[in-house]
Write a protein that binds this ligand. Structure first.
Ligand SMILES: [Zn+2]
Length: 258
């Protein structure tokens, strides 16, 4: 048995064929998805749906957010809602944050996946920064997918009070070390261990040694990735009980506090 409360910060709930991003098979109903995460030892999960798009209106993004809220209402004990914004629609994105993070108390934005949703790496453009300044007003957390170190750095510097979670440790050793160095450098920047993951033994230990135990957040990227890889991988790392608890849940809970 896994003796930890484990919260997955990086889930992409699938509600139709377009939001189902598993490579091989249909992911199944939302009940099935929650069952799979529970089987992997996860007690709660957060994150917004994603889909490949090149939107001509904000409606397509709103649809993802409406699903997120409905899922929160149908599975309040498991799902922690998150929304998508889109830097090509700055006004609509700001209104969406005001509505969801204001009236509905949503605390998490993302994972933002620009390469899938038609805005590449536009995380630090003037329009993106306008949106993220609105997120800051509600003390919301922004989880984003970005492979470009200069853009990660520009965003972290531009709004130093904005709570940021960089998705994925990176694909190779040099990439991982460069990303974790940025997480260490910017107090507002955190790292989630989802996706490209922690498959090289000692990665979580190293990340904590470089950036500190409060900077590393548990995430899976299910249904693309197998969630058990991340729970068991984290359990097998050479961490103290306190460090493991921080990664599995308390860092996340601290971030989403108002
Ligand atoms: Zn993802």
């Amino acid at each position: 048995m896994i003796d930890y409360n484990i919260i997955d910060c990086h889930f992409h709930p699938a509600f139709d064929s377009e939001t189902d991003i598993n490579w091989f098979a249909s992911t199944g109903s939302i009940e099935h998805q929650i069952n799979i995460l529970r089987k992997a030892g996860i007690s709660q999960a957060c994150g917004a749906p994603v889909k490949n798009m090149n939107p001509i209106s904000f409606k397509e993004i709103s649809k993802l957010n409406e699903f997120s809220l409905a899922l929160r209402d149908s599975h309040p004990d498991f799902y922690i809602p998150a929304i998508q914004i889109h830097p090509r629609f700055p006004d609509e994105s700001c209104r969406e944050i005001e509505r969801y993070c204001g009236s509905h108390e949503v605390r998490w934005i993302g994972e933002l996946v620009g390469y899938m949703m038609g805005y590449g790496a536009e995380y630090a453009t003037n329009d993106a920064l306008t949106i993220f300044r609105t997120a800051l007003k509600y003390n919301a957390v922004v989880n984003f997918h970005c492979n470009e170190l200069d853009i990660i750095e520009k965003l972290s510097k531009a709004i130093p009070d904005l709570k940021l979670v960089l998705a994925h440790p990176g694909a190779g050793k040099d990439d991982f070390l460069a990303r974790i160095a940025l997480v260490a450098k910017y107090p507002n920047l955190h790292l989630d261990i989802s996706g490209s993951g922690i498959d090289r033994l000692g990665m979580v230990r190293k990340a904590i040694d470089v950036a500190g135990m409060n900077k590393i957040i548990f995430g899976t990227d299910y249904p693309v990735n197998n969630p058990a890889v991340y729970t068991h991988g984290t359990l097998l790392e050479d961490l103290t009980h306190e460090e493991r608890t921080a990664v599995f849940s308390t860092n996340f809970l601290h971030l989403i506090q108002r």
